[in-house]
Write a protein that binds this ligand. Structure first.
Ligand code: GUN
Length: 280
C-alpha cells in the first residue's frame, strides 16, 4: 500500500488563511524585522519567501540588508534598535552569519519576547519546561502537520535522526511534550537502521541526500523528511528515498512541498502571537 502524502503546501495554506483572518481582526499590525547579512543566495531566497508570505497575511515586514563586512557590534546595535521599536513584534536574523560574527551572541541579543525564530536560550528553556515559549518554526510546523492529519503522538515511539539545535533537538523535545517516547540518533549512532526500523514516527533531519530507504523504515511508519539537499543534477531532494519509502510508510512528506512551507507559516504564526501579547 502506498503512503498518504502529507502536503505541507495544503497544511500551510490552511493555517495561513487562519492567520490572515486573525491579523485582520486585531487592533494592531504585526511587524517583523528580517535581518540579512551578506549575499548568500540561499539565505536571500529564504528571506524573500518570508517577506512575501508576511505581506500575503497582512504582516508588515521590514528587511534590513547588511554588508558581509559589518562588525559584530554594528549588528548588535541594529538588533537593539528593533528590540526597542514598538511597531516590530518579531526579529529574525537569517543564519548562517559570516565567520567573524558570533551567532550565539547575536541570538542571545534578541529580546526573548521578540524571538519569533524560537532560538534564544530563554525560549528553548521555556520549551523544555513546557512553559509559554516561542517554538522553533520547523519543529513546530512538523507538529502542526501531524495534528492536521490526526496522527497520534501519545505513546508512540518517535525516532529523530539528526541533532541540530534548529531541528533535531527541538523536534524531539516537542514530541516528548506531546507524550511520545523519543530516541535521538546522529552521525555517531552505530547500526542506525536498528533504531529507525522501530520508529512509529521517523523524523529525518540529518542533511544527507536520500539515505533513508525502505530498509530503515518500519511498515506503516509516519515518515517526516526535513532534508533539503541538492542532487548532482541540481534537483532538490530530502533525506528520504521517497519513491522507495512511500511503499512502506503510512504517511510521508515530500521534498519539496513538505516541511518547507510550514517553517515560514509558523514564523508568521509566532509573529502574530507576539503582536497579540504586545497589544494586551
Ligand atoms: N537559516 C536556515 N533556517 C533558518 C531559520 O529557520 N531561521 C533563521 N533565522 N535562519 C535560518
Amino acid at each position: 500500500m502506498s503512503a498518504t502524502i502529507i502536503s505541507g503546501k495544503e497544511v500551510a495554506s490552511s493555517l495561513r488563511e487562519e492567520i490572515k483572518k486573525e491579523v485582520n481582526s486585531i487592533s494592531i499590525t504585526p511587524g517583523l524585522a528580517v535581518i540579512l547579512v551578506g549575499d548568500n543566495p540561499a539565505s536571500r531566497s529564504y528571506v524573500k519567501g518570508k517577506e512575501k508570505a508576511s505581506k500575503e497575511v497582512g504582516i508588515y515586514s521590514e528587511l534590513k540588508e547588511l554588508s558581509s563586512d559589518i562588525s559584530e557590534k554594528e549588528l548588535l546595535d541594529i538588533v537593539d534598535y528593533y528590540n526597542e521599536k514598538p511597531s516590530i513584534h518579531g526579529i529574525l536574523v537569517q543564519l548562517p552569519l559570516p565567520g567573524h560574527i558570533s551567532e550565539k551572541k547575536v541570538i542571545e541579543h534578541i529580546s526573548p519576547e521578540k524571538d519569533v525564530d524560537g532560538f534564544h536560550p530563554i525560549n528553548i528553556g521555556r520549551m523544555m519546561t513546557g512553559k509559554d515559549a516561542f517554538l522553533p518554526c520547523t519543529p513546530y510546523g512538523i507538529l502542526q502537520m501531524l495534528k492536521y492529519k490526526n496522527i497520534q503522538t501519545e505513546g508512540k515511539h518517535a525516532v529523530v535522526v539528526g541533532r541540530s539545535n534548529i531541528v533535531g533537538k527541538p523536534v524531539g523535545q516537542l514530541l516528548l511534550n506531546e507524550n511520545a517516547t523519543v530516541t535521538y540518533c546522529h552521525s555517531r549512532t552505530p547500526d542506525l537502521a536498528s533504531f529507525t526500523s522501530k520508529a512509529d514516527i521517523l523524523i529525518a533531519a540529518a542533511g544527507r541526500a536520500e539515505f533513508i530507504d525502505a530498509a530503515y523504515v518500519k511498515e506503516g511508519a509516519v515518515v517526516i523528511d526535513v532534508g533539503m539537499n541538492r542532487k548532482d543534477d541540481g534537483k532538490l531532494c530530502g533525506d528520504v528515498a521517497f519513491e522507495d519509502v512511500k511503499e512502506k510508510a503510512s504517511f510521508i512528506t515530500p521534498v519539496p512541498g513538505g516541511v518547507g512551507p510550514m517553517t515560514i507559516t509558523m514564523l508568521l504564526y509566532n509573529t502574530l502571537q507576539s503582536a497579540k501579547k504586545h497589544a494586551e
